[in-house]
Design a protein around this ligand. Sequence first.
Ligand code: NAD
Length: 422
Amino acid sequence: MVNSAISGFYRLSIAERRDILKRELNLTDDEMRLIANMGSLEEGIADRMIENVVSEMEVPIGIAMNFLINGKDYLVPMAIEEPSVVAAASNAARMARVKGGFKSISSDPLMIGQIELSGIPDPFGAKFRILERKEELIQLANSRDPVLLKLGGGAKDVEVRVIDENNPMVVVHLIVDVRDAMGANAVNTMAEYLAPRISEISGGKVRLRILSNLATYRVTRSYAVFDKKTIGGEDVVEGILEAYRFARDDPYRATTHNKGIMNGIDAVLVATSNDWRAVEAGAHAYAAMKGYTSLSRWEMNSDGDLVGYLELPMAVGIVGGATVTHPKAKLMRKILGITSAREFADVLGAVGLAQNFAAIRALASEGIQKGHMELHARNVAISAGAKGEEIDRVAEIIVRDKMIRVDYASEILKKIREGTKG
Ligand code: NAD
């Protein structure tokens, strides 16, 4: 039995931690070589990124091709262990090019910091008193981050919510433009700094001070038209629309549908060392705002082409966090060729839409495959000697029985003729 309560593990060097694992678990020399293999992430960096470091985990990085977004071409690095995600994204992006590729619009990078107040006898009075001092609070918050301020970002607004009027809790939202950062640290620092003053103004006790991952002000909207002929014709368009309606109306399906969207987005986030859990949490919460549903919308336009639309919060950064400490993440950003968090969000929205298209097209095409088999069954019936009305009757039975073979068709044909005779 391994002892997991080794005190001071965090104080040891990486080599010492590995030695403990070797001793506790009888690791072989080969296993020790494997654990010591650190790739591009130097031990000195890794050991400062997280705690109790012993190794690193490699995931293949593939480049998704063909992405044309807002008129610009992108090579999209995706780090993912799941097969077919990169191929599916590339294929979808190739089809989207026919009608001009993807278009994305990302809002200002506005994040929400929450400050929770309790023990307030007059919650609406407190709300008023806080709003009255909005400008003072914004200035106070901005005194914490002159860099952000200089870049045109910083605290922009204060909102106050009273939640649960029976057991009132006052929650202050500090709205911060975090520019090219994901922004959690920036916002948390400001929220913590404001807390004592807000407590004074409101007369309440401050408890939590933390960013909300439901970044409803930092949303990316992506759009693409898929040419109906390119994607396989009217049946495919109809199949995709039906798959979408299924996801729209059924949370069990919507969860998997949205997982497909996140397959693409997460892979790019991992490749660039972004906080994919933050984007995941935001995406699913956004999908659940009016009862869990599809993050994307699919429609047919007046030309019969397929129109895809995706909208979700996108709190991502090209500075801050691990985006700059991880050397490979920096390189991936260079390959991607983005210059702002907003442009990055534009790309991610397009990747999510492409991935969603690829997944539902494949699913819908299986239905089409069934249609093809039904057509094929008629050929089989004809080969077995069926004539006129016999063809459809034989075809129907061999499809129903899932035995689309000439010998079975002959057997059925024989029975039908005997039955007809009898
Ligand atoms: P950060 O604090 O490392 O970087 C942001 C800071 O960089 C800004 O405050 C600013 O001073 C400076 N900066 C320099 N150039 C900038 C530019 N062009 N645009 C914007 N800022 C610039 O990181 P962060 O983005 O504030 O926080 C991200 C990290 O927080 C991630 O590692 C994330 O995992 C972590 N985190 C997340 C949560 C959560 O999601 N709930 C909570 C806590 C921490």
